[in-house]
Design a protein around this ligand. Structure first.
Ligand SMILES: Nc1ncnc2c1ncn2[C@@H]1O[C@H](COP(=O)(O)OP(=O)(O)OP(=O)(O)O)[C@@H](O)[C@H]1O
Ligand SMILES: [Mg+2]
Length: 251
């Protein structure tokens, strides 16, 4: 729904993005828009999916082209810079500090403070409460947020990272094969969390290889092949067969 003051611009977009690794054109003039909701990206190995996400999340810098957030050009050279403007990327191993508690991980680098006798001290109690509240929103069963994250399963770890993204008002969440190393139950739970996040109004982008899963999960599907976006579908309008044909180039 648009009100009178809202201009219809995609939350995240790119124009003519190209990225070369030596002679390999990992991305070739990719232009794309991401709106609130869940966009799935599928494609064969080496199609450029991760490269695209890495550019949006500040891990890679494009050779050409521009990234736009809410219609404004942005350029970042670090994941931290991308996060500062509201673009979170989740990687299972990368996101959390094993030696810290769940709550400390949610607030890592952005701790809450209170004053005791004029001194600024970290407000652990407030952090635990807010972390527990944020995790409750995700409806995932978790140990209390004071426990160390090294005790968590893969799906729970990603839930912590997602809770952090949502607590700090991330506008865009990027996930590269988020369920690749999860078991069936964890996968189902985490997919539901991802879906809830998108329904909550975030712009969620998920790269995945499991086509039936992506057909069921996504609001929009993009197919990449050899550094290009070669097709865009609503899941209702396409099929496994058609997606595969576009992925391998026989369509
Ligand atoms: N750091 C790098 N150095 C050299 N080549 C790279 C690098 N990263 C990616 N590439 C190449 O760029 C192309 C696109 O890679 P990318 O990782 O984006 O593919 P992908 O679609 O994510 O594949 P997969 O499904 O296997 O994860 C591939 O040919 C890959 O070999
Ligand atoms: Mg990849």
């Amino acid at each position: 729904m648009l009100d009178n003051n809202t201009v219809a611009v995609p939350r995240l977009a790119a124009t003519h993005l190209s990225k070369w690794y030596g002679h390999v054109g990992a991305l070739r003039e990719v232009s794309v828009e991401f709106w609130p909701g869940l966009t799935g990206i599928v494609g064969d190995n080496g199609a450029g999916k991760s490269t695209l996400l890495k550019i949006f999340s500040g891990f890679e810098v494009p050779d050409e082209g521009e990234v736009l957030l809410d219609g404004h050009p942005v350029a970042f050279h670090t994941a931290r810079a991308a996060r500062t403007v509201g673009i979170e990327s989740l990687y299972q191993s990368l996101a959390l500090v094993n030696t810290l508690s769940v709550a400390d991980n949610v607030f890592l680098g952005r701790e809450l403070y209170r004053r005791i006798l004029g001194m600024r001290v970290v407000d652990r109690r407030a952090m635990r409460k807010d972390a527990d509240d944020a995790l409750k929103l995700l409806r995932i069963s978790m140990p209390p947020s004071r426990v160390g994250v090294k005790q968590l399963s893969g799906g729970q770890r990603q839930a912590v990272a997602l809770a952090r993204a949502m607590y700090f008002g991330a506008r865009v969440v990027l996930l590269d094969e988020p369920t690749a190393s999860l078991g069936p139950r964890e996968t189902a739970a985490f997919l539901r969390i991802i879906r809830d996040t998108a329904d909550h109004g975030e712009t969620v982008v998920v790269v995945g290889h499991n086509l039936p899963q992506m057909l069921e999960l996504a609001d929009h599907l993009l197919v990449m092949r050899a550094g290009r976006i070669v097709a865009a579908f609503s899941p209702k309008e396409t099929s496994l067969r058609e997606l595969t044909d576009f992925m391998v180039g026989s369509a």
